[in-house]
Structure formats: structure tokens, C-alpha cells
Design a binder for this molecule. Structure first.
Ligand code: ATR
Length: 280
């Protein structure tokens, strides 16, 4: 049977095995999907072993996404732009790297929540791997303006510079893109505010000007959990109209990986509903 797995450290919390098992069942695909948690210095060896044993593909989670990107023979445009891979495919003797995080985010926003990005003012908070992984698919939606704001402004500038030098993004996509520190965000209502910082994991919130949220603002936290995340509570208190967490992004990025491997796009709605029920 075709073998797949998620690799991370730690990996025990990963919901990917459950998600892919549900996808396989729904689409009648014969496959197994495991969890592998190599020690940090054993990542490359663990990938090689899995591949030598006939493994077909891997999802990669923290802290290995950059190293997964580096060891691939072929890197997709979106992986190049992210500088990181969450999906490896072993095909015809080569390792192919892709990054499905951004398309997962955009699909969750646009298709599941009907939040359009085209000609909208979008604020992306954060400049770590999570933010970098989603910028190109966000830009491809052609917002009027995409501001990338980070507590440490230099990291936001570095992301933009890396994007420009990667050559992975058409020049005209970047014209709408600006970067700044959190305290330099323009004090206007944004249509969409996306939290790609890890602040919600520690119960903190990014300190953004009050005015960024208002009637008509959709707030999205790439983190998910039971109930509202701290960021979504802040957005609600400041008048945001629509709130969503990243559970849908998790399911949609998995669906895109599944599609890359199996050439069948699985139904995501029932899986998302099941995960949400279990979470609450
Ligand atoms: P990831 O790969 O999840 O993005 P990371 O590379 O460690 O993780 O980046 C974490 C991001 O969350 C960074 O943008 C970080 O801001 P700094 O670059 O200034 O450190 C941001 N972050 C974490 N906690 C935050 C907080 N309490 N307020 C604002 N930003 C925060």
C-alpha cells in the first residue's frame, strides 16, 4: 500500500494522519499515513530512510520546513517564495518540494468563508515562517494593498527582500506590498487582518493600532483552538465583523497535498466539520 507520513519534532499533536485517513476513505484511495518524529539532527536521515523504504510522500511540520525545502531536487514556485516546504513527493527518483500553506489559507478565506481578497486592503501580521509561507498566494489574489507588519520591522523588510530576489513573484504582484513595524501600521480599517504571528500560542496579542479593526473587517488567526483565540477576541472587542481561526487552513493545505500525491481533490467540508466538533 502507498505510504505517506507527517514528519516534525514534536509530531504527536499532528492531526494530519486523521485528516488524510478521512480523505483516503472519502475518495477510496488505498494508502497509509503515519507520524514520524525524528530527533532534530536526524531529519535528513529519516527522510532518506522513508524514501528508501518506498514511501511516496511526506508532510513536513516544525521545525523542518526549511530543511525539507533545501534537500529537494525540484522546488515549486510557491515553495521557493516561502523558502520552505510542507510537502515532499518522491517520484521518478527525485524529491519534489511544494508548499501548500498559502493556497490552504486563501481557499479557506475565499471558498469556505466567502472573504474576497481581490481589490481589498489586507494586513498580514508577522514575519516568521508562517507569514512567509502565505504571501505569494495572497498576492496572487491581487489585493489593492498588502501590508506585512511585524514587531521586529527588520524581519518584515527581509521577507520582502527575499521575495524580490527569489524571482518567484511577478514584479507587478509586489507593487501593492508594503512592510512596516506594528507601531507604524496605518490607522485605518482593513478589510482583512490575518494573524500569522505565534502570539496566540502564548496567550498574547500583537499590539496593533486600534483602528485596524472595524465594521467590515474580517479577522483571521492562522492558529486554531477551542473557542476564540486571544487575537480573535481582541478583533471582536474592537468591532471586527467576521472572525475565523486556522482550522480550515489546516484542512485545506492537507487537501492540496493529498491532491499533489493522489491527483484527486478530497471533499474538505465534512472533515473540517468533524475536526471542529472534536475540538469544541
Ligand atoms: P513561525 O514559523 O510560526 O512564524 P517564528 O519564525 O518564530 O515562527 O515567528 C514568530 C512570529 O510571531 C514573528 O513574526 C514574531 O515577531 P518577531 O519577529 O518580532 O519576534 C511574532 N510574534 C510572536 N509573539 C508575538 C507577540 N506577542 N506580539 C507580536 N508578534 C509576536
Amino acid at each position: 500500500m502507498d505510504r505517506y507520513a507527517v514528519m516534525g519534532h514534536p509530531v504527536s499533536h499532528s492531526r494530519s494522519p486523521q485528516i488524510h485517513a478521512l480523505f483516503a476513505k472519502a475518495t477510496g484511495q488505498e494508502m497509509v499515513y503515519e507520524r514520524i518524529g525524528p530527533e532534530p539532527d536526524q531529519f535528513e536521515a529519516a527522510v532518506a530512510k522513508f524514501r528508501d523504504e518506498g514511501g511516496k510522500g511526506l508532510n513536513i511540520t516544525l521545525p523542518f520546513k526549511e530543511r525539507a525545502f533545501a534537500l529537494a531536487d525540484v522546488q515549486s514556485v510557491r515553495a521557493k517564495a516561502a523558502g520552505a516546504a510542507n510537502t515532499l513527493t518522491f517520484r521518478d527518483g527525485r524529491i519534489l518540494a511544494d508548499n501548500t500553506d498559502g493556497v490552504g489559507l486563501v481557499r479557506d478565506l475565499v471558498q469556505n468563508h466567502c472573504i474576497q481578497l481581490k481589490q481589498k486592503n489586507v494586513l498580514l501580521l508577522g514575519a516568521g515562517g508562517a507569514a512567509r509561507g502565505v504571501i505569494v498566494p495572497l498576492l496572487a489574489e491581487r489585493p489593492t494593498r498588502l501590508i506585512i507588519a511585524n514587531r521586529t520591522p527588520a524581519r518584515a523588510f527581509a521577507i520582502l527582500e527575499a521575495l524580490i530576489t527569489s524571482g518567484a513573484v511577478p514584479q507587478e504582484y509586489l507593487q501593492c506590498c508594503q512592510v512596516c513595524g506594528l507601531d507604524a501600521i496605518p490607522g485605518v480599517h482593513f478589510d482583512v487582518v490575518i494573524n500569522a504571528t505565534s502570539s496566540s500560542l502564548t496567550g498574547a496579542v500583537p499590539e496593533v493600532p486600534e483602528a485596524v479593526f472595524g465594521p467590515g473587517t474580517s479577522a483571521y488567526d492562522m492558529v486554531y483552538g477551542k473557542g476564540l483565540t486571544p487575537f480573535l477576541r481582541l478583533a471582536q472587542a474592537r468591532g471586527a465583523t467576521f472572525l475565523a481561526d486556522g482550522l480550515g487552513m489546516l484542512v485545506e493545505q492537507a487537501a492540496e497535498s493529498f491532491y499533489i500525491w493522489r491527483h484527486v481533490f478530497p471533499p474538505t467540508g465534512p472533515v473540517l466539520q468533524q475536526l471542529r466538533t472534536e475540538l469544541e
